[in-house]
Ligand binder design. Structure first.
Ligand SMILES: Cc1cc2nc3c(=O)[nH]c(=O)nc-3n(C[C@H](O)[C@H](O)[C@H](O)COP(=O)(O)O)c2cc1C
Length: 392
């Protein structure tokens, strides 16, 4: 129907609304938010990072606890919703293989894998045979080049390719897949990255005779944005920041209020201890780090491969867990570039309805514009016997 968002098909799965709620660690998107999004027809995503650390003090058995908590969150999300539930796993996590295994065993609908290239699956999953697995694998990339590398490896190794790919641009929240100096490079705007990824996956679509939807992420805020990205060739969007300010988001109210209260100038790029730039909301904690103050910590486990525990000025996991609990004095909130636009906390249902209305309005505006283009482009010579002339 005109003005209605199309469905998003990923492999054997169909989402009624082409919105994937981006995974947000640590503990920001769990069963509460993901099930609410799934109930509205989108794809709800549980972030797998640091769940054991957030939920338990049993640091000796942290990997087991991470796995147990993830299983638990998937189980609860399934109880609350019959919709599509995915899990976000970062390759940079030292236990990513185990988390992938848990995701597959728990029959989550999707595994969205970023912060590193998903070149191959853990042996335990390979053994099962990809065709026998319920979970659809969706890599998250920052360039057409990265997509091509992953798809080429999969084609060679598995004689198949992932069912979809998310391309995340530099306006996203959290750790960013770009060097700091590349963040403002105009070639890295999301529309250009989308075009690059569409080109990169085209040969694989043809070889394997399957659709490979490309989903855009990073700074997608309104229904109008969705309309315009779909027109540019995307099949769906991944949105995170806007879902923080919802009643169902799994973070403390203090975390959500930081999103409502922040201003445009508060949105900053930080140099994360794990060696990547990240986008966050500035606060006293980050100002203090910027002034060179260290926050001494003991590392019970090296959660991220890339973290240099000896030089890190603070523990990023501790800082993010504190923020999640609303203790922003000892932590900070990651957020996408548009967080400052949020002015209230609403339900996921209201948010999805609002986005649908924004989408419809934009489609009507664009339709009116294209009609007036047609009108302008009518050539007098043809007017006598031919009404429709090509739109500009
Ligand atoms: C608070 C927060 C935490 C995030 N945590 C993760 C994460 O654990 N893993 C990941 O791959 N991406 C993470 N992201 C990125 C989102 O999944 C998403 O792709 C991105 O933020 C989309 O851009 P948007 O926030 O402008 O909608 C996080 C983003 C935010 C805002």
């Amino acid at each position: 129907m005109f003005g209605t968002m199309p469905k998003l098909k990923i492999g054997k799965l169909t989402a009624k609304t082409p919105i994937i709620q981006g995974g947000m660690g640590v503990g920001i998107s769990l069963s509460g938010l993901s099930s609410a999004v799934a109930n509205e027809g989108g794809i709800g995503v549980i972030a797998a990072v640091g769940l054991g650390m957030a939920g338990s003090n049993n640091l000796d058995k942290i990997y087991e606890e991470n796995a147990r908590q993830l299983q638990n969150e998937i189980r609860i999300a399934r109880k609350k919703s019959n919709g599509l539930i995915g899990v976000n796993i970062m390759m940079a996590l030292s236990d990513h293989e185990n988390l992938l295994k848990v995701t597959v065993e728990a029959k989550a609908d999707l595994a969205l894998v970023g912060a590193g290239l998903l070149l191959k699956l853990p042996p335990t999953i390979e053994k099962l045979g990809i065709e026998n697995i319920h979970t659809e694998f969706v890599p998250i990339v920052s360039s057409g080049r990265a997509a091509k590398i992953i798809f080429k490896q999969w084609a060679k190794r598995y004689n198949t390719v992932p069912s979809a790919v998310v391309v995340e641009g530099p306006l996203a929240g959290g750790h960013l897949g770009f060097k700091a100096e590349a963040l403002n490079n105009p070639n890295n705007n999301l529309k250009s990255l989308l075009a690059d990824v569409l080109v990169a996956v085209q040969p694989f679509k043809e070889t394997f005779n399957k659709p490979i939807p490309v989903i855009v992420a990073g700074g997608v805020y309104s229904g109008a944005d969705i309309y315009n990205f779909l027109r540019a060739g995307a099949s769906g969007v991944q949105m995170a920041t806007r879902f923080v300010a919802t009643h169902e988001c799994d973070a403390d109210i203090g975390f959500k209020e930081a999103f409502v209260e922040c201003k445009k100038d508060d949105m900053i790029i930080i140099k994360s201890p794990v060696g990547l730039p990240g986008r966050a909301i500035n606060n006293k904690f980050l100002e203090s780090v910027e002034q060179g103050n260290k926050k001494p910590f003991k590392c019970p486990w090296k959660c991220l491969h890339t973290c240099d525990v000896n030089t890190a000025p603070y523990c990023i996991a501790n800082a993010l867990i504190s923020a999640r609990k609303g203790r922003l004095k000892s932590g900070f909130a990651f957020a996408g570039s548009n967080a400052y636009k949020i002015d209230k906390i609403i339900s996921v249902k209201e948010l999805v309805e609002t986005i649908k209305t924004e989408y419809k309005t934009e489609s009507m505006i664009k339709r009116k514009l294209s009609k007036s283009d047609i009108h302008i482009s009518i050539q007098p010579d043809y007017c006598a016997n031919q009404r429709v002339v090509s739109a500009i």
